[in-house]
Design a protein around this ligand. Structure first.
Ligand code: SF4
Length: 512
């Protein structure tokens, strides 16, 4: 077979066009009991109608392509920011394989997480023995400084108690008694990856800061990124902190875990926040989160248990970044540096340059609540009009906040927030109330294929494009990146639709 020839390695685009696969696909059809091509075409057309939309929106028991992932994925994403930390998922092996591959496919980066590999017997008798052996093996083999535990659905359904299991495992000698094993219950039949992030961050901070409160504050500010797939945002934040003289701790900095340099040697642990910094975070002046909906429980805990001031800022676009920098200026007592003022001016100049292509463009979007809030704010700034806003992991608080933001601009007047809806709902919306632009993760490719609406890939996961996470969307630099992706998608689409010389190609862009 051609794919066994090392000089002719076929990628997945070419591989499945080879005759053996084509024959296989053809043969498979006889077992599918499919309808005729005419009938399929008729139903496809019907699914684009208002009649179908009404039926689609009345479904209650079925979800099709929700724009969210499950809780443990968010939990291990949070744990990856701490130094020497091994994420350990108590539950089925297949779930953990999914989390690892999901992260690896997004970041093109190896990612380590272990599992207690529960099987049928553990599902009946409980997973304590798996935990005892799993912790002992993980500690001996991978030599972590901390093991962060979360659960899959299976462990939650049978009611395994992580706190008690950890105590029993320590008594059994799996890990030393003083070895940090923070935990979070992360049942995926409720919440999503953003809830899992929140649960795990709270769990880790609870564990690390136990008995660490001192009489005096440490003069630092804590910053919690939340489930932010753009790990370069953390680097951008640190650049801004350094420019403004902010004494900070990032809780927790996973930018290297998902974007490590290739220096010829495998490094298993790349979390940049030390356990000492995590422990001392209880003595900070205050805590600022960059997302609201992936940090709700953590901020409540910090506020009520640590007695710290907390706030949320989303430094997306001009308004969001302005508010964030003003808050930093208040914290430090320092003015906003000239360097950042110049960056602001450049971002505004760029937005003016592109404004005519963006003004009045109708936009559909989906994603996590905090990302969507940032994108709405940015779109309103450039005069685009959000129309369909789908957030599968929505809640009432988010919807109220989003509505207030939309009401603050005339460009928000035609928007509807579709909380709890999925991508199959969005497909109906796109056919019945068309838009000019779609913003979403890689799964929006199917919507783009179906509807032809140009797609800007922003969100998580992005499997079918490379390096997006290496470009921040925070700060004025981030505003430039968002603008670049959005306006150039519109121009690319225009080029593809006007490519007949002398007929449709009447642009003067390239005139001599
Ligand atoms: S939803 Fe539950 S069973 Fe499915 S991958 Fe997530 S944790 Fe595992």
């Amino acid at each position: 077979m051609a794919q066994n020839d090392l000089n002719k390695v076929a990628d997945h685009f070419d591989l499945f066009h080879q005759p053996e696969y084509q024959t296989l696909f053809e043969n498979k059809k006889q077992f599918e009991g499919r309808h005729s091509d005419e009938e399929i075409a008729r139903v496809v057309e019907w699914t684009k109608t208002w009649e179908y939309r009404e039926k689609n929106f009345s479904r209650e028991a079925l979800t099709v392509n929700p724009a969210k992932a499950c809780q443990p994925l968010g939990a291990i994403f949070a744990a990856a920011g701490f130094e020497g930390t091994l994420p350990f998922v108590h539950g089925s092996q297949g779930c953990v394989a999914y989390f690892r591959s999901h992260l690896t496919r997004n970041y093109k980066e190896p990612f380590s997480a272990v599992s207690s590999s529960m099987t049928e017997d553990a599902a009946v008798f409980g997973g304590l023995q798996n935990m005892i052996e799993g912790l002992a093996n993980s500690y001996a083999l991978y030599k972590p400084k901390m093991i962060a535990l979360c659960t899959t659905c299976m462990a939650e359904v049978i009611g395994d108690d992580l706190g008690a299991f950890i105590t029993n495992s320590k008594q059994a000698g799996s890990v030393p008694v003083d070895f940090p094993v923070p935990f979070a219950h992360t049942p995926s039949f409720v919440g999503s990856h953003v809830t899992g992030y929140d649960n795990m961050m709270k769990g880790i901070l609870t564990c690390l800061t136990k008995d660490k409160k001192t009489e005096t504050k440490n003069g630092k500010w804590n910053f919690i990124p939340g489930f932010d797939a753009y790990t370069s945002n953390i680097r951008e934040l640190k650049r801004i902190f350094n420019l403004m003289g902010v004494n900070y701790t990032v809780l927790a900095d996973n930018s290297d875990s998902f974007d490590a340099p290739n220096e010829g040697e495998f490094v298993m642990y790349n979390g940049l926040t030390t356990l000492e910094e995590g422990a001392d975070s209880i003595n900070a002046e205050g805590t600022i989160a960059l997302q609201a909906y992936s940090t709700e429980k953590t901020l409540n805990y910090i506020n009520s248990e640590w007695g710290q001031e907390t706030a949320v800022y989303r430094p997306v676009g001009i308004r969001g970044t302005d508010e964030f920098l003003q808050a930093l200026s208040k914290i430090t007592g320092q003015p906003i540096p000239r360097e950042l003022e110049i960056e602001r001016g450049r971002a505004i100049d760029a937005m003016n340059d592109s404004q005519s292509w963006l003004h009045g463009k109708r936009v559909a979007m989906y994603g996590d609540p905090d990302l969507v809030m940032g994108l709405i704010s940015f779109l309103l700034e450039v005069g685009a009009e959000p129309v369909h806003i789908v957030v599968s992991n929505s809640n009432e608080k988010f919807e109220a906040e989003a509505k207030a933001l939309l009401a603050s601009s005339p460009y928000g007047a035609n928007a509807t927030i579709w909380g709890g809806k999925d991508l199959w709902h969005l497909r109906s919306l796109l056919f019945t109330e068309p838009v000019d632009l779609l913003i979403g993760n890689s799964y929006a490719k199917y919507l783009w294929r179906d509807t032809g609406v140009p797609l800007v890939r922003i969100g998580y996961p992005i499997f079918d494009r490379h390096h997006m996470h290496r470009y921040p969307i925070y700060g004025y630099q981030g505003a430039l990146n968002l603008l670049n992706w959005i306006v150039n998608t519109i121009l690319d689409d225009l080029d593809h639709r006007t490519d007949i010389p002398g007929k449709t190609d009447i642009s003067f862009d390239l005139i001599r």
